[in-house]
Design a protein around this ligand. Structure first.
Ligand code: HAM
Length: 449
């Protein structure tokens, strides 16, 4: 039997409904913050990721899916979304639009050749957002608050925001030097990769998976101790705005992120749910003021964030968050003979177009089997089409819960279903304070004559 590739997932059934719901909340929340949707290619030229993410990062050295296309070009399946968005911003000259900053969001599959385990896949889906063209600390705080609010809107409670600052170029250079001085006398205690990282990119030693438990790493110099005054002030302002937005956070000097493009603010958001294990980071991001120029565009200050949807769904399940997933249908149409079937086909289409969730029989089951199928689909109503009723322009319709049955005129079927199916939301009516006086504007379910 042919199997799916290692580290990939089939998402279907109830899980797919959860994904769809999660994505609908992402879209709705992004739009509230006035981010617009962007779609960029799933593969890009290899060079984009090497220059963008950094030659000596794990992602680039070990994890990219690289291929040569039939025209001999070096291509890479995107391991993340930021580099592609920057490429698009530069290539489409979005920087020339007076409407700055450009605020975009995306949702798509990314590819990393990692060792698959729970919460770590080779094909992963990320949603994320990028703000291009603003250096305002308020945009840093807003990106963090947007991420937090998406998790909150979904009902997640146990989340923790960790923030840190890498500072500007001067601060980073001072920090780099401090790291080299610190690690150099202990070079023999580091893994082989880290030994080469020491001169090339000492920051990457700090997120080494092999040396993760090495005491040496834990006691290494911290970025915030090497911030110059300007970077320190900037970090303070970001924190002030987070306080104003009432976003709880902790300054965690161990957050350095695994991609090279960051400066100033970096952050990660963890799920603190029991049972999650080590891959509990729901998402991460930060400021990257030099990526656009690195790939050939103008110097453009940017900040963004991305989050794995797989991990997010896992967190929702572990926290047992109740989600409004629709797992029933409005009406199941049943029939016995060919004429009734034809009418069922016609009626199903009419009712679907009128807004109802309708299904019918497609596998030749007898009536008994069709009743069972209606139960399996959690049909709220069932209708047994019968030639005699149809000749009289009538239909027999049954509430599948109360088993109450009525024969009604086909002419009023839509009104009948509309009324029956919408009375289920009476409790919402009680909560609404409009008392029926809103003319339908507050979208409560009061009946407006
Ligand atoms: P990242 O930290 O590499 O950042 O990935 C962000 C999130 O994607 C992770 O926190 C995790 O939830 C999810 N993720 C990453 N790798 C995997 C995997 N193998 N399996 C499952 N989930 C995974 C970035 O990608 C940056 N582009 C974020 C960013 C946007 N920075 C600025 N703008």
């Amino acid at each position: 039997m042919i199997q799916k590739p290692k580290g990939c997932n089939d998402i279907y059934g109830r899980e797919a409904k959860i994904w769809k719901y999660v994505e609908s909340i992402i879209d709705a929340t992004m739009e509230k913050y006035n981010y617009t949707y962007i779609r960029t290619p799933i593969f890009e030229s290899t060079e984009l990721f090497h220059r963008g993410i950094g030659e000596s990062t794990d992602i680039v050295t070990k994890e990219t899916y690289d291929f040569v296309d039939r025209g001999g070009r070096n291509m890479t399946l995107r391991p993340e979304g930021t580099a592609g968005v920057c490429r698009s911003y530069v290539e489409n000259k979005m920087y020339g639009d007076p409407n700055q900053p450009v605020k975009v969001y995306y949702n798509g599959t990314m590819y990393r050749y990692e060792r698959p385990q729970s919460g770590r896949d080779r094909e992963l889906t990320q949603f994320g957002m990028e703000v291009l063209g603003s250096d305002d600390p308020l945009s840093d705080a807003e990106v963090i608050s947007l991420a937090v609010n998406i998790y909150k809107m979904l009902g997640l409670k146990e989340i923790k925001v960790n923030i840190n600052s890498l500072g500007d170029k001067e601060s980073r250079d001072m920090y780099r030097k401090a790291l080299i001085d610190y690690f150099k006398p202990h070079i023999g205690e580091l893994c082989e990769d880290c030994q080469t990282r020491l001169e090339k990119n000492p920051l990457r030693i700090l997120d080494c998976k092999v040396d993760a438990d090495n005491e040496l790493l834990k006691n290494a110099p911290k970025t915030i101790d090497y911030l110059n005054d300007e970077s320190r002030r900037r970090f303070e302002t970001v924190k002030d705005y987070l306080d104003i937005l009432q976003i709880k956070y902790e300054v965690n000097p161990n957050i350095v992120r695994g991609l090279d493009y960051y400066n100033h603010t970096v952050f990660e958001i963890e799920a603190k749910v029991e049972g999650f294990g080590s891959n509990n980071v729901l998402g991460g991001g930060g400021r990257y003021n030099h990526l656009c120029s690195e790939i050939g565009g103008p110097e453009t200050p940017c900040i963004g964030f991305a989050s794995g949807i797989g991990r997010l769904v896992m967190a929702l399940e572990l926290e047992k968050v109740e989600l409004p997933i629709v797992e029933d249908i409005d009406l199941f149409l049943m029939y016995v003979n060919e004429d009734e079937k034809k009418y069922a086909a016609y009626l199903a289409q009419e009712l679907r177009m009128a807004g109802f969730i309708v299904d019918t029989e497609y596998t030749g089951r007898g009536l008994k089997g069709q009743f069972k199928q209606a139960d399996r689909l959690n049909a709220k109503y069932i209708a047994v089409l019968n030639s005699e009723d149809l000749d009289n322009n009538e239909i027999k319709i049954k509430n599948n819960k109360t088993k109450e049955e009525e024969i009604i005129s086909l002419d009023v079927l839509i009104y009948y279903l509309d009324e029956k199916l919408n009375t289920g939301s009476e409790d919402i009516d009680d909560e609404c304070s409009c008392g029926g006086e809103c003319d339908g504007e507050c979208h409560c379910h009061h009946h407006h004559e």
